[in-house]
Structure formats: C-alpha cells, structure tokens
Design a protein around this ligand. Structure first.
Ligand code: ZN
Length: 129
C-alpha cells in the first residue's frame, strides 16, 4: 500500500499513480529525500577542486606535490562535470594544469642539470636533488 509522497494518500497496492494528485508512486521517499539533499548541498565549491588549485600552486615550489595536484585536479574535474552542480571546475582544471606545468619544469630542470654536469657525477647529483 504505497503512500503518496506528495499528498500522503494511501493508494492501492498495485497503483502506479496517486489517486488523489496523480504523482507517480514508483519514486521512493528515500530517492526524493536524496535529490532534495543534493539540491541543497551541491551549491558549494568542490573540495577536490580547491585542493587541486592549492596543491598546483604549491607544487610550483615543491614539485613532488604536483602529482597530488594532478590527481586532485582529475577527481575535481570529474566531480564538477556537466551533470554536477558543484562549482570549481575552473579551479580543478587550473590545479591540474599547474601540476603538469610543475612536473614539466621539474623534469626540465633535472634534464638541464644532467646535461650541464659531466658524466661521472650524475648519480651523486640525482641523489642529492
Ligand atoms: Zn498524491
């Protein structure tokens, strides 16, 4: 005996629509509650996007963090997609890009470092970096 979630009318066991207001009865109260909850909470900025942007900026100074910035940026982009109400897609993309830039810079510096040093000291230099 499904109760209508809109008007509360108790309908017949096999009823598809509410006999009073015509609402489809195959929506469970939990689903309605969840979508209402999401509508309230998805207004905020995505946490992964914020974290990605911060990590991206920091990774320009501390290169190993760039890997985290890329991971958080990727997750942030995924969670701020067209079907999401989250804000912060631009921040997530910025974090991802900054992370990639940091890795490119880091690798570039390492290659430049290697090429500017004679062969015998390469191992010691790479360990000290
Ligand atoms: Zn109803």
């Amino acid at each position: 005996m499904p109760n209508c979630i809109k008007c509360g009318t108790q309908n017949a066991e096999n009823a598809v629509f509410c006999s009073t207001c015509g609402l489809a009865l195959n929506q469970s109260p939990m689903m309605v509650h969840t979508s209402t909850y999401e509508n309230i909470t998805t207004k905020g900025t995505n946490g992964f996007a914020i974290t990605a942007l911060i990590l991206g900026i920091i990774s320009l100074l501390l290169s190993p963090l760039s890997i985290l910035a890329i991971i958080f940026g990727g997750v942030g982009i995924g969670q701020t997609g067209p079907n999401s109400n989250y804000k912060g897609r631009g921040m997530a993309i910025a974090g991802l890009v900054l992370g990639i830039v940091a890795i490119v810079l880091w690798v570039g510096i390492l290659i430049w470092d290697f090429s500017s040093i004679s062969g015998s000291s390469i191992v010691g230099t790479s360990l000290s970096v």
